[in-house]
Structure formats: C-alpha cells, structure tokens
Design a protein around this ligand. Structure first.
Ligand SMILES: Cc1cc2nc3c(=O)[nH]c(=O)nc-3n(C[C@H](O)[C@H](O)[C@H](O)COP(=O)(O)O)c2cc1C
Length: 402
C-alpha cells in the first residue's frame, strides 16, 4: 500500500493529548507524519512526545533559524499530501478562515495545496457561537473537510457538542481523503454485538458484548474502500459511516440475516457473541413470581442455537471466513480447537480475563490463530488497531486467492 505524507497541525485545546494516538494510527499503516504545533498547543501535548511517535522533528516556531533550516515552512507545506488540523480550536479556525498567517500553523495552512481536514474541539458555547460557525462555514465553502465534533462530556465540565472526534475516526476520514483502497470491490459481512434470547415478554438471556470490535472492523473495511454489511445484535453504537446495517436480536435472526447477505460477500468476519443456547419455549407474557408457589424456583429449558460459523464454513467456496473466540481461560488451546472444529481461515482469540480488555471496553488483547502457521500474539491494542491488523491479514489472504 502506498505510504502517504500527512502534516498534523496541533491546536491549543485540551484534546491535543490525544494526538500522539492519531500519529501512531497513521504510522501503523505506513504513513509518514510530521507534526507542527501552535504555541498554545505545547501547553497541552509535549513536542517531544510528538517527535517520538512521528519519528520526525517537530516544528512550532515560524521564526526559528534552526527549525527553518531543517525543513523550511514552504517545503513543509509542499511536502504534505494531507493537512490534519486537530484539535482545530475556535481561534485557529478563525485565523484560517480569514487567511491570517501570523504563526507557523496558519502560514502552512495558507501555503499548502493539500486538502485540509479539520477536527474541531471546544466548549459547547464556543462551538455554538455564531462567529465559530461562520468561520467554519467559510472554511467548508473553500473545500476544507470536517470530522466531528461529537457530543458528550466535555473537558470543561459542560455536556454537549464539542468533543474532538476520536483519533480512529480522524484517521478513518483521512484515509478516505487520501483514497486508500486495498479492499476496493470487496464486500465484507461483519457480525457484531451480543444476541438476546427471550425468556419471557420482558427478560432475555444475553451477554456482555457491546459490538465495539465488530463496528471497528466495519469502519475499517469502509476506510479501505470495501463495502461493509454489518449485522448487529443489540448494539447501541452509532452506525459507522458508509456501512449498511442490519439489526437483529436473537441467534436465529442473526443466522437468517447472515445467510441472506452471504452469497454476495467475499469475506465474513464473525465478531458477534452469539448465544449457544436459548430458552426452549419463551413465555409470551411476563413471568410473575406471584403465579408460582411460595419459595418455588424457576427452571428454564434451554435448547442449542444453530452454529452459524460452522454452517458458513461448510460452504465457503473461496470466501475468507474469520471467527472470534472470547475465552476467559485456556485461550489459545480452545481457539485452536474451535478453528479445527469449524474450519475457518482464522480465529481471533480474545482474552477476556483482563477487565481492561475484551467486553465493552476500547481495548482488546488478541491472538491470531491460523490453521497452518504459528499463532501470532498481539499486545493489548485499541479495537481500531486490532481491526486494522485483522484486515491487513484478510487483505493478504484475498491476494493469495486471486
Ligand atoms: C485549559 C484550557 C483548555 C482549552 N481548551 C480549548 C479547546 O478545547 N478548544 C478551543 O478552541 N480552545 C481552548 N482553549 C483556548 C485556547 O487555548 C486559546 O484560544 C488559544 O489562544 C488557542 O490558540 P491556538 O488556536 O493558536 O492553538 C483552552 C484554554 C485553556 C487554558
């Protein structure tokens, strides 16, 4: 894949502490990154951190003979294939909108011909201020792209719009602007979330899966130019941009949706946590303890649900099929057994024994278990990084089969 040159311009907002993570995301997929900071930004993130993660000298001053001597600001503006301004402060957007060139970042933004991606972040009142909105409109009219901001708790203590888009989202939008497309023409079916098996009209048997892992895989597929069909079981997460989403609840509904979508998909990634058992005869009405004899317990009869992964693997016909195995103990051995039993191309073994990785958190500790090559054990990574690593492998498998 072609390595691209990205200039990350960091503004003086609290979200600047997330920028090393953004730089790492760019570098992980092979891009060359250079960072420049406004003077204010250096209060929020250390130039040394950015230099370390980018592997390149960092610039913040326009009038610095040493910095200007290493790479002059016009050469830097020409070097960039994409300029990402993150966090884009209210002040920085005002300067860029009005063509000011009174520091290194604003001068570079004016001098470059590269597309500009803004990731605004600020207090909700600053964000909603007509001055900020007018500046942003001006920048958008001139072709600047925007990612975020999101809504939620803000560092200033307010709640509302103004949170910088997550680094993964900024990286994803950047890839689209750079046109990276190693999965172009490939349709990927991704399952995510946890199924719910009704016990009665209000209760269900469920599991702790949030859907984050599968949603990250779907997002990454789109970033790489593929088509993602996301069969999602009971996940409250927003649909990743460009993804077609099919919502299901039970394992039986999941099977039906998967089998319907399957014929047009060249890759299947089964990241959902699908129930192995379901209540044999759920009650259509709510079960009430008053209806049972005093002190009586309740016995539920469970029956097996269909094994969707095994069913898909029986008729793979050249399709790449990836399964997930969430295990609390004996992780690798049981993943290897699952791989042999189901016959898929790869099992992502997922260690859920650590509370900081696995269900409903942003990190995951996984190993790739292959039928005929040694196990690859990955360090704890963000789910976006796991998704990217996984799709690197899928992309290679597809290349071999072509
Ligand atoms: C603790 C603190 C946090 C701040 N966070 C933000 C922010 O998230 N967004 C923003 O637009 N300004 C924020 N500001 C204000 C900017 O730092 C200020 O407007 C500064 O002039 C921006 O400079 P720059 O745009 O050149 O980076 C913050 C200021 C302080 C003291």
């Amino acid at each position: 894949m072609k390595q691209r040159r990205i200039l990350v311009a960091v503004g003086g907002g609290i979200a600047a502490y997330k920028i090393p993570e953004l730089v790492r995301a760019f570098r992980r997929v092979g891009h060359e990154v250079r960072c420049v900071l406004t003077e204010s930004a250096a209060h929020f993130v250390s130039p040394l951190s950015l230099q370390t993660v980018s592997g390149q000298p960092v610039r913040s001053q326009l009038f610095d003979a040493v910095e200007e001597g290493s790479i002059d600001h016009i050469a830097l503006a020409d070097w960039a294939e994409l300029v990402v301004v993150a966090p884009a402060t209210a002040n920085l957007m005002a300067r860029l909108a009005h063509g000011l060139a009174d520091d290194l970042v604003s001068t570079l933004a004016l001098a470059t011909r590269a597309p500009l991606l803004l990731a605004p972040a600020m207090n909700v009142h600053m964000w909603e201020h007509p001055a900020t909105q007018a500046n942003l409109s001006l920048l958008r009219e001139r072709g600047a792209q925007q990612v975020g901001p999101g809504t939620g708790d803000l560092a200033c203590g307010y709640e509302g719009e103004g949170r910088m888009a997550e680094p993964a989202e900024i990286a994803a939008r950047s890839e689209i602007l750079l046109g990276r497309r190693d999965l172009a023409g490939v349709r990927v079916l991704v399952t995510a979330g946890g199924t719910r098996e009704p016990v009665d009209a209000v209760r269900f048997l469920g599991n702790r899966s949030s859907g984050k892992m599968g949603f990250e895989v779907a997002r990454e597929v789109v970033v790489r130019g593929g088509e993602a069909v996301l069969v999602s079981a009971s996940s409250a997460l927003p649909t990743p941009e460009g993804t077609r989403r099919v919502d299901v609840v039970t394992a039986l509904e999941m099977r039906e949706a998967v089998l319907e979508e399957l014929p047009d998909c060249q890759v299947v990634v089964m990241a959902a946590a699908v129930a192995d058992f379901r209540p044999a005869s759920p009650s259509a009405t709510k079960l009430r303890k008053e209806d049972l004899p005093e002190e009586a317990g309740l016995r539920l009869d469970l029956v097996r649900t269909p094994d969707i992964l095994a069913e898909i693997c029986r008729e793979k016909t050249g399709r790449v099929v990836v399964g997930f195995a969430a295990e609390s103990h004996d992780v690798l051995a049981s993943a290897q057994r699952k791989l042999a039993r189901k016959g898929c191309d790869l099992i992502v073994a997922n260690d859920i024994s650590e509370s900081s990785s696995g269900f409903d958190v942003d990190r995951n500790t996984v190993s790739f278990v292959w039928p005929d090559s040694p196990v690859e054990e990955l360090p704890p990574l963000s789910k976006q990084e796991v998704a990217a690593q996984l799709l690197d492998r899928v992309s290679k498998l597809l290349d071999h089969r072509r």
